[in-house]
Structure formats: structure tokens, C-alpha cells
Design a binder for this molecule. Structure first.
Ligand code: FES
Length: 145
């Protein structure tokens, strides 16, 4: 829970107050500025794709690097940001940690800190997929088409 969100016991009960807290959350998380959303299999209930400790190391690396490089927040020079979510399991369950980046729809295997650094530098910053670790490229189709 982010600092701007009240604890559940203090969650306002009126629809107006609730929508205000959601609006504050949307703003504090910069949700409308998200350019890419990364899901990483980490801290699994049943670690299958990799060792649980290795997945947590990968998650912490991803989180810290996005923060250090200021990719996790919009800036004046770059009004877009990268959102990250720790997934319990992405159902691939082999050669992990498994990572997927949307909207590109690029799935990566073996997302260790070294590989995550390559993905950050190449994919996130220079828009070049790291082919050595990408095992699927499937941008989601527009459901309206
Ligand atoms: S446990 Fe990592 S993808 Fe299933």
C-alpha cells in the first residue's frame, strides 16, 4: 500500500470519498503515464521456474534499478513511466525467473539481475528486444478488431 492510501480500516465509505481516494492513488502512482508494464514471477507460493531466493533477488534488482534510473516515475524530459508487478506465477514454470513486458508482449526467460540489466538498457531504454532471452513476442491484439 502506498503512503497516500489510507489503511483499510480508514477507507471512506461514501462513493464520492472512495472515488477521491482512487483518484489520489491514480495520480500518486502516475497510472495514466504508464508506457510499459512489467510482470516478473517472484516470491512464488510454489517456486517452479527458479529458486525462490533467486526470484526475490531478481525482483529487488528490477525494482531498485527502475527507481535508480527514474524509469518508474514520469519526469519533465520523459513523461512516461514503467510500472512493475510481482507475479506469483506466470504459468511458464521453467527457465525462470520469467518476465513479460506489455504492451510489447515480449516474454523473457532467465531474468536474473544480469539479464534484467540488459533488458532495461536495451528493451526499456533503446527499444531493442534482447533476442537471446526472448522466447515469445506477442503484442496483444486490439480486442475491438
Ligand atoms: S513459478 Fe515462475 S512461472 Fe510459474
Amino acid at each position: 500500500m502506498s503512503p497516500s492510501q489510507p489503511p483499510l480500516s480508514e477507507t471512506p465509505e461514501t462513493p464520492e470519498a472512495l472515488s477521491e481516494t482512487l483518484a489520489a492513488c491514480v495520480e500518486s502512482l502516475a497510472l495514466p503515464q504508464i508506457q510499459r508494464h512489467i510482470f516478473l514471477c517472484a516470491d512464488q507460493t510454489k517456486p517452479k521456474c527458479c529458486d525462490k531466493a533467486a526470484s526475490i533477488e531478481a525482483w529487488n534488482y528490477l525494482k531498485n534499478r527502475l527507481k535508480t534510473l527514474k524509469l518508474d516515475i514520469p519526469t519533465a524530459e520523459r513523461p512516461a513511466c514503467v510500472f512493475r508487478t510481482k507475479a506469483n506465477c506466470l504459468r511458464v514454470c521453467q527457465q525462470g525467473p520469467i518476465m513479460v513486458i506489455y504492451p510489447d508482449g515480449v516474454w523473457y526467460h532467465s531474468a536474473t539481475p544480469d539479464v534484467i540489466e540488459q533488458i532495461i538498457q536495451s528493451h526499456l531504454i533503446n527499444n531493442q528486444i534482447v533476442e537471446d532471452y526472448a522466447f515469445l513476442q506477442h503484442p496483444l491484439p486490439n480486442p475491438k478488431n
